[in-house]
Design a protein around this ligand. Structure first.
Ligand SMILES: [Zn+2]
Length: 223
């Protein structure tokens, strides 16, 4: 999403006043998504990004039920784990993801982009993407994108991938974020945006109440 688009959104009532960010600083990351997409290479979707429920690759969008596995369909896969157990999983087509993201406030999305641009070593990510890895994605998801902590030492974490049909795009995505980092990012969201995301969870994901507290009820939509 670019700044021109973001400027079209209404701002909302961000409830805390301790943020040092202001609108002038909310200029997002320097990454141009279409350019990066063109540089991505594609590998078969690894099993960790398959649907547990479907026992294979996700076949349809969680929102509009559009079929995902033809060669031209872009979508995101997100999974939240507690230990080795998948507690949330969904795939969302790019149309629905963009529509959902556009409902979030510009302040909230700006804060997330600012956070990611400051916390992540994009240069090392790009260098990694330029290396030779066969079909492997381990380097992308074995350490937290933000903190570098190893996945096998985390009690909970979130995985995100960009896919096109039966292939996973490997560049900035796929990525892994530690559960507590997801919560930190969640706290950057305004109440309005959190409520919207919680509504998405309630409407489409059916997250069991016992898991609500673990991730603050706010799986992040990374588009
Ligand atoms: Zn959809």
């Amino acid at each position: 999403m670019d700044n021109a688009e973001m400027d079209n959104h209404e701002t909302d009532d961000y409830e805390t006043d301790n943020s040092e960010l202001n609108d002038a600083e909310l200029d997002g990351s320097e990454l141009d998504a279409p350019e990066l997409e063109a540089m991505a290479d594609c590998v078969p979707i690894p099993k960790i990004f398959h649907s547990v429920y479907e026992a294979g690759p996700f076949s349809k969008c969680v929102v509009c039920t559009k079929a995902l596995l033809d060669d031209e369909t872009d979508y995101m896969v997100e999974k939240i784990f507690r230990g080795s157990e998948t507690i949330v999983e969904y795939a969302i087509c790019s149309d629905c993801a963009v529509a959902m993201y556009s409902e979030l406030s510009a302040e909230s999305t700006g804060r997330i982009e600012q956070y990611l641009s400051e916390k992540i070593n994009w240069q090392s990510r790009l260098e990694m993407a330029m290396g030779t890895h066969g079909d492997d994605i381990a380097q992308w998801i074995d350490t937290c994108l933000v903190t570098g902590r190893p996945r096998d030492q985390l009690p909970g974490y979130q995985l995100c991938a960009r896919c096109r049909g039966p292939k996973l795009q490997r560049f900035i995505f796929p990525l892994m974020i530690a559960g507590d980092v997801s919560e930190d990012i969640g706290r950057l969201l305004s109440k309005k945006t959190r409520d919207r995301m919680d509504g998405f969870v309630d409407e489409y994901l059916g997250l069991s109440p016992e898991y609500r507290d673990i991730f603050d009820g706010t799986p992040l939509l990374m588009v």
